[in-house]
Design a binder for this molecule. Structure first.
Ligand code: NAD
Length: 439
């Protein structure tokens, strides 16, 4: 359903196309007005959005603000501070044989952008690309995830109250609605979710030669080197793994470490889980729930993949799975055969760095690789000898909070990137301009 309820998808796209053709989205003033409008929405209606996020995912209020609402506010503020500078034409040197002449590049908005978002950070992953598309001077059709229905409804109701509705539309719905949207011609499609649907999106885009950005997932490893401070390592692993009950695309999926460190890490991870959520995480307001029964059943099916170090208990009626650490997990076990996307952290043992690098290289390229090490050589080897969307030493997930770092995957974890000025590059055409005087 769109925010113009009687409208068909084709009509919504036509309306946005007319909005783009009017030319008004190109001015810096229009762009900054739209960004400020989304900012005002987040500031004025933040509590409503936090309530919706709690209804969908049991997200605690502090986490909802930190990882969704304020995350987007920060992205908006950073963009507002730098947009004029990012949009400046860039001069390019002209070869002597063309002289006298000048050349430069300009960033052209693409037109109408489709943003399709997933359920796990249903606000952030919808609005952060929308911000990028608007800042680059485009019209946007935003499709929230039907699996986070309260957030989807809130955004569909609230966004049109703040932004230019001839340039921004929200269409709610699931597979049938998205399928119909994908039959339309867009100038860019930005999809966040799983690789199976990523392929559907790319096939649909091919019909219209529409460029795509695919923000996908995968198993992001965390390598723990010998001789690191394991209380710090465990605290950082636990806080990033169990945030949003593990339903984070860049969560550390599994730990790779040597057997001796693995044993020591068991106690440190148990302490870290207790420090975060107390003795009974089910009673902690900071701990989330699994999005639906299907994912709950899938996840509980993975709990037998290793020896339980901490956690393991679960309650289907509440869709609760305790923060769980599994030890002595075999590389071919069920929990290692797919992206976990839930609060289960398996520890897989390898002899050391060489075997870890071979292990990572033998699997799909992950969205992120994390490593805890004091060794500069290890840092350099991991940087040179592995491929992943992002590589972060010392603090998982932190790379995506740096606006000027490109956030995106490689291979099975996706293509393209965004955040900060990278969003402008994604949602613009870099046009080459050459000027040779007639005289
Ligand atoms: P999801 O089920 O909400 O699907 C994402 C979107 O695809 C939704 O809007 C949904 O309506 C649409 N969709 C689903 N089936 C479709 C179909 N057959 N045709 C057209 N559209 C369809 O979310 P999900 O895919 O379960 O999300 C989890 C996955 O997303 C994980 O793999 C995770 O790692 C990945 N993810 C990646 C990022 C990132 O930034 N790289 C962020 C979050 C999640």
């Amino acid at each position: 359903m769109s925010n113009h309820p009687s409208e068909q998808p084709a009509e919504t796209v036509e309306r946005l196309r007319a909005g783009f053709a009017s030319g008004r989205t190109k001015s810096l003033a229009w762009r900054t007005t739209q960004l400020r409008a989304v900012r005002a929405l987040l500031k004025e209606r933040g509590d409503e959005l936090a309530t919706a996020l709690h209804a969908d995912l049991g997200k605690g209020r502090e986490e909802a603000y930190r990882t969704e609402i304020d995350f987007v506010v920060r992205e908006i503020d950073y963009t507002l501070d730098h947009l004029a500078q990012w949009l400046r034409p860039q001069p390019v040197a002209v070869p002597e044989r063309l002289s006298p002449a000048t050349a430069h590049t300009v960033l052209d908005p693409l037109g109408v952008v489709l943003v399709i978002a997933p359920w796990n950070y249903p606000l952030q992953l919808l609005l952060a690309p929308v911000i990028g598309a608007l800042a680059a001077g485009n019209c946007v059709l935003a499709k929230p995830s039907e699996l986070a229905p309260a957030t989807s409804r809130s955004v569909a109701e609230l966004l049109p109250l703040y932004v230019d509705t001839d340039a921004v539309a929200v269409v709610e719905g699931g597979v049938p609605e998205t399928t119909e949207l994908l039959a339309q011609r867009f100038d860019h499609i930005f999809y966040t979710g799983n690789g199976t649907v990523g392929r559907i999106v790319m096939r649909a885009a091919a019909e219209h030669l529409t460029p795509v950005t695919l923000e996908l997932g995968g198993k992001s490893p965390a390598f723990v080197d010998r001789g690191t401070d394991l209380s710090v390592v465990a605290a950082r692993l636990a806080s990033t793994k169990f945030m949003n009950a593990g339903q984070t695309c860049v969560a550390p999926d599994y730990v790779l470490t040597d057997p001796e460190t693995a044993r020591e890490l068991e106690k440190a991870l148990t302490d870290a889980v207790h420090a975060l959520y107390g003795d009974d995480p089910a009673a902690s307001p900071a701990y989330g729930r699994i999005v639906n029964d299907r994912h709950f059943d899938r996840l509980t099916g993975l709990l037998a993949s290793g020896r339980t170090v901490v956690g393991g208990d679960h309650d289907r009626a509440a869709r609760y799975i305790a923060p769980t650490v599994l030890a002595e997990v075999a590389p071919d076990s069920a929990v290692m055969s797919e992206e976990i996307f839930g609060p289960i952290l398996p520890v897989v043992e390898v002899a050391g760095l060489n075997e870890a690098i071979a292990f990572i290289g033998g699997r799909d390229k992950p969205l992120a690789l994390y490593a805890f090490t004091e060794s500069q050589t290890t840092r350099e080897r991991l940087t040179r000898e592995t491929s992943s969307g992002g590589l972060t030493f010392g603090l998982p997930v932190a790379h995506l909070t740096v606006s000027d770092l490109p956030f995106g995957g490689v291979g099975e974890s996706g293509m393209g990137n965004y955040h900060g000025h990278w969003s402008i590059a994604t949602f613009s055409h870099l046009k080459a301009v050459l000027d040779k005087p007639l005289g």
